[in-house]
Design a protein around this ligand. Structure first.
Ligand SMILES: [Zn+2]
Ligand SMILES: [Zn+2]
Length: 90
């Protein structure tokens, strides 16, 4: 038998709990850092392996055409510099 760390749910184990500001686990956001799969300007697909994807430091994503021809290398959302997004290798 391999019983590992059973979660103890003991209801009567809340001793010095008085006036706590309820800072327990409040919100739960998931997938907040996912890469945008398309250019925010023209909507062209920019998969992870695309070499034409440009991103700013806030991960706004644009294609290279928009970045060079329309945006001048500057993110229109935050004003950050758009650099080439590294491709996912291996
Ligand atoms: Zn574009
Ligand atoms: Zn940006």
């Amino acid at each position: 038998m391999a019983v590992l760390l059973l979660v103890r749910a003991s209801p009567g184990d809340q001793a010095g709990r008085r006036g706590a500001p309820g800072a327990a686990t409040g919100g739960r956001r998931d997938a907040a850092m996912e890469m945008r799969p398309a250019c925010e300007r023209c909507g062209v697909d920019l998969p992870a392996a695309s070499r034409d994807a440009m991103v700013c430091s806030f991960e706004c994503t644009f294609c290279r055409g928009c970045t060079e021809q329309r945006l001048g290398g500057v993110c229109p959302n935050c004003g950050g510099e758009l650099v080439r997004r590294p491709t996912r290798t291996g």
